[in-house]
Ligand binder design. Sequence first.
Ligand code: 8YV
Length: 300
Amino acid sequence: MTDRPPLFVMTPLASETIEQLEQRFTVHRGGGPEDTRAIVAGGASVIDGAMIEALPQLEIIAINGVGYDGIDLEAARARGIRVTTTPDVLTDDVADQAIALMLAVQRRIAANDRIVRDGGWMVPPGRQASGCRIGIFGLGRIGRAIARRAEPFAAELLYTARHAKPDLPWRFLPDIRALAAASDVLILSAPGGEETQHIVGAEVLAELGPDGVLVNVARGSLVDEAALITALAEGHIAGAGLDVFENEPDVPRALRHMDHVVLAPHQGSATTAGRAAMAKLVLANLDAHFARKPLPTPLV
Ligand code: 8YV
């Protein structure tokens, strides 16, 4: 028992994953003891400098996801704490979710489902999903996977990223305002953090315009949620498909009452197979670390 290193689990995991962790570690949930040597975090978990300081034995943070905007990487680096993520295995699932939300908003899938369940049949028509201009903000692994899926729907595919990617056939625009102005659908797939905090506010939404749809599978922090609610309520944009929110799991009441909005509880990577692959990678990183072997997917 005592030779099993203390591990703190900060994110919901499948019971099989917890069982596998329990074979290797003394697993704590709800709070890490002072002698915590490993943490399993979620992509949106917050591990700040104070927390790192309070855990002097911490050696590794294994993120069950690709986001690390809540982790103080500088503090981790300074202490020699390793940080790992689960890249690639969730790319397709998150990209699928972006396309699902885009189509669901345009074709009123969720709103119509509610009407039919209530015994209704007469509904307003949806918006054409094919032949629109689709703009993708953030062209990392997930952004590219979204682009490949969106291409058949798009009259034109555009993107904004830190740099133009001349090897790709899509049109680069240097900033998100220009991207929103040129797009009918704006899909967010960039990391969270200071650089992208509230990058979508009233001005970008005004550029997207009354026929424009916003899809967010990235982080809630990218969007000024109050500005989004105003834009949706006043018809400055046509609709939104949201998998992520500013203060999860709180979803503003106003959004919950809008038929032109489709909501999901941060489900981008949540498929049975995808989550199993993520868990496998989390375990592989932890096993490698405690066996003093090279980490499969290190970030730090
Ligand atoms: C997960 C995520 O839902 O990868 C990320 O950054 O936000 C999602 O894939 C999350 O990490 C689950 O804990």
